[in-house]
Design a protein around this ligand. Structure first.
Ligand code: MRU
Length: 359
């Protein structure tokens, strides 16, 4: 039977000139692929979380910008690059917290600017190659995150994760889930506990769906049960993804992650953030400098319920992310190795390795 894992989360359909995504708002009930060609459709898909998760948003935006470039009319290279910048700004405005969005768009713009191509046609070709490179690299990076994350665990471990940092948040394999998939393939026999992740239920709708589809022993819990499973001794390590790591190791991730980290510290459980280098933002000094997206209160009061579950007119506060301070983070797993405190030093070393690998 075809599984959710048979589909890439994000892809470019070159013949239809379309961004292809799985509409994640319909999961797990329906697996529907969307073919998006217009910029406002791509912006809306990112904003409405049809495509979501930091790396997947970056890849989707890169493909989106290539599609925008196909439509740009300009007489010369300078005019073309100016319009390309406008298109990148538009896509970047869809969501503020995940740095992968601006990272991917900036990388695309750099590829266009540095291509040396004389004509808009040739710049477009450079952009096509770059978005495909970003797509391919995402797969390779997630594989390496899996290998590096696996060095931190033992067979039979109970693992807890929050939100969805899985295949559905990347092109394939996921970040926090990459060691789970890899360990599963190698017979590690993990037991994975997924927080449901209020209010948008990424843990319930997405993580528990994709992990159980892969045959991993998966247990879904409500967010407020994390302390109890930890107290019972069922959790040996926590693995979460991340939307932006600041230069000092503070990490913004789905709202509720901070609470899980505080609990993990209380119970003496290692708390690992799995982050591709594209999620590490050395230009953001600390977590206090990270812009936290605030979303509509309807997500708390109405969404996913058959009928409204809060009084009409009630005040709401709905931040989509929180920041876990670096002293609660046992290690940050990257594709270039495992970084530990002091993070201002170890993250710089990770980027030095990345630079060396490029040469
Ligand atoms: O609002 P979302 O669903 O995009 O939030 C996603 C998360 O918080 C993920 O944990 C994060 O992006 C890492 S994905 C590998």
């Amino acid at each position: 039977m075809p599984s959710i894992l048979d589909h890439d989360t994000v892809a470019l359909d070159e013949s239809a000139h379309a961004l292809v995504i799985i509409d994640q708002t319909l999961l797990p009930g329906e697996i529907k692929l969307l073919h998006l060609t217009k910029q406002n459709e791509i912006w809306e898909a990112i904003k409405a979380l049809r495509v979501r998760g930091a790396p997947a948003i970056g890849v989707a935006a890169a493909i989106g910008l290539y599609l925008a470039a196909r439509e740009i009319e300009a007489d010369d290279r300078a005019g073309f690059l100016k319009k390309l910048h406008g298109a990148a700004d538009y896509l970047n405005s869809a969501r503020p917290t995940a740095v992968n969005l601006s990272w991917a768009l900036a990388r695309m713009e750099r590829a266009a600017a540095q291509s040396g191509a004389e004509t808009p046609e040739k710049v477009r070709e450079a952009l096509r190659r770059e978005c495909l490179a970003i797509w391919e690299e995402d797969i390779d990076v997630c594989r390496r995150l899996g290998e590096n994350g696996l060095t931190l665990v033992k067979p039979g471990f109970g693992l807890l994760t929050h939100c969805n940092a899985g295949q559905l948040a990347t092109v394939r394999y996921g970040t926090a889930t990459a060691p789970m998939y890899l360990g599963h393939a190698r017979g590690y026999g993990f037991r994975v506990y997924c927080d449901e992740t209020r209010p948008l239920l990424q843990g319930a709708r997405l993580t528990s769906f994709e992990l159980s589809s892969a045959g991993i022993d998966t247990t879904l819990i409500c967010d407020n049960m994390a302390a109890s499973v930890m107290k019972k001794g069922l959790i040996d390590a926590v693995f979460v993804g991340c939307d932006r790591v600041a230069a000092n190791g503070d990490a913004a991730n789905k709202i509720g992650t901070l609470g899980v980290a505080i609990l993990a510290k209380h119970f003496g459980i290692p708390f690992y953030v799995v982050a591709p280098s594209s999620t590490i933002d050395m230009n953001t000094p600390t977590g206090a400098d990270i812009v936290i997206e605030e979303r509509d209160g309807g997500e708390i009061c109405e969404m996913w319920y058959e009928r409204r579950m809060a009084p009409e007119g009630i005040k709401t506060w709905n931040p989509a992310f929180d920041v876990t301070e670096h002293d609660l983070v046992s290690a940050i797993v990257t594709e270039y190795g495992v970084a530990r405190a002091p993070y201002d030093v170890s993250l710089r070393e990770i980027f030095a390795k990345k630079e060396a690998a490029r040469k």
